[in-house]
Every structure is written in structure tokens, then in C-alpha cells.
Design a protein around this ligand. Structure first.
Ligand code: TYD
Length: 208
């Protein structure tokens, strides 16, 4: 059986990393084959590209191209092979991040970012996406005390407002794929909602 591809999206302070790990542990506990991976990164070459993107001062188009290049390597070396072996592949960020951050946040042309990503992914799309929707102020408040270790953590408020508008618009346009989760809630409530939603999906996909 071919596996399923689930992505987890959301802006800074949405709880995405915690929820991704929780989801991975939950699915593992059900005895289902699952991997958790992330973008940018996931495989050695993509992790090297991640290091450049997140720490060097680069042009926005260069940045978009590097995200797409890192994604290409990740898909070919890790995502597709695991899907072929029947795994559920959980991925912390994917193409929606490039649309939210590079198009809405940075102001690049949507058609360009879509085109380089179509080339990189050969139209590999997630089966489902969990979008952890957090208000900008709440998200920034959550990361306030965190050690800021990449340049995206140091943007102006306006940038995060645009990223959120991007995600909201992506979720609205792809309502068949994107499951919106209210991430302003306490993390335990978010976990409950995620469990409810993933159980429905696993039943639908005959994994349970
Ligand atoms: P990371 O430290 O993984 O942040 P987070 O925990 O929020 O996922 O850094 C990834 C950053 O890269 C994050 O700010 C979002 C950004 N990004 C893009 O701008 N475009 C992309 O296509 C991807 C995958 C990430």
C-alpha cells in the first residue's frame, strides 16, 4: 500500500514542533509505520542548504530557490521512498511555507514561487495538511523568551501579519486538503483536537 503524506504548517509560536512530535508519537503508538521529517532539511544535503538559508544574508529569490532545491532533495531521497514503502510521512513545513513566507511575507510573485516548486516537487502534494492557526501577537508572545537562532525569528511584526494572511488564504483556497486547528488554545486542547482529526483520517485511509 502506498503511504500518506501529511504536512504540518503554521507560523512562529504556533506550537508546530511540539504538535509534530506529539502526532508522530501518537501514530507510532497505534503500531502504524510513520516518520517525522522537516523542511528545510530532512536529509544531509537539505540540512546543509538549511544552514545557508537561515544564517546567511541572501537575496529573496535566492532564498526561494534554495528552499525549493532543499525540498527537491528531500522529496527524492526521503519522502517518496517512504511513501512507496507504505509509511505515513509527517513533514514539519512544505510548499505552503514557501507560499506563506516567500510570496506573502517577502512579496515575491506567486506564479514564480509556484513554478519553481512545481519543478522541484513534480507536483507531489500532501494528502492532508494541519494548519496550526495562531494569532500573530499570541505567537510572538510565545516565542519571546525563546533563544532566537535564525533570521526569520527577527522579522518585523508586519512580516508575520502577512505570513498569517498567506496561511489563511491558502487554507481557504484548499479547504479539502487543509485542516485548520485553533492553536491559540492551550496545547493540551490542541493535542485533543489533533487526535480527533487524525483518528478520522486513519479510519478513512483504512490504517486503523
Ligand atoms: P525553523 O527554525 O525550522 O522554524 P520553525 O520552528 O518555525 O519551523 O526555521 C524555518 C524557517 O524557515 C521558518 O521561519 C519558516 C521558514 N521557511 C520559509 O520561509 N519557506 C519555506 O519554504 C520553509 C520550508 C520554511
Amino acid at each position: 500500500m502506498v503511504g500518506k503524506f501529511i504536512t504540518i504548517e503554521g507560523s512562529e509560536g504556533s506550537g508546530k514542533t511540539t504538535i509534530s512530535k506529539f502526532l508522530f508519537e501518537y501514530i507510532t503508538s497505534l503500531g502504524i509505520k510513520v516518520i517525522l521529517t522537516r523542511e528545510p532539511g530532512g536529509v544531509p544535503v537539505s540540512e546543509k542548504i538549511r544552514d545557508i538559508i537561515l544564517h546567511e544574508d541572501i537575496d529573496y529569490r535566492t532564498e526561494a530557490l534554495l528552499f525549493a532545491a532543499s525540498r527537491r532533495e528531500h522529496i527524492v531521497k526521503k519522502i517518496l521512498p517512504h511513501l512507496k514503502q507504505g509509511y505515513i510521512v509527517l513533514c514539519d513545513r512544505f510548499v505552503d511555507s514557501s507560499l506563506a513566507y516567500q510570496v506573502y511575507g517577502r512579496g515575491l510573485e506567486e506564479k514564480d514561487v509556484v513554478s519553481i516548486n512545481d519543478y522541484a516537487t513534480e507536483l507531489t502534494k500532501p494528502d492532508k495538511t494541519f494548519y496550526l492557526d495562531v494569532n500573530v501577537d499570541k505567537g510572538l508572545e510565545r516565542i519571546e523568551n525563546r533563544q532566537h537562532n535564525n533570521k526569520m525569528d527577527n522579522e518585523h511584526n508586519e512580516f508575520y501579519v502577512k505570513v498569517k494572511q498567506g496561511y489563511d488564504s491558502i487554507a481557504a483556497k484548499n479547504s479539502d486538503r487543509v485542516i485548520k486547528i485553533n492553536a491559540n488554545n492551550d496545547i493540551e486542547l490542541v493535542k485533543e483536537e489533533i487526535v480527533e482529526k487524525i483518528n478520522l483520517l486513519l479510519k478513512k485511509w483504512n490504517c486503523l
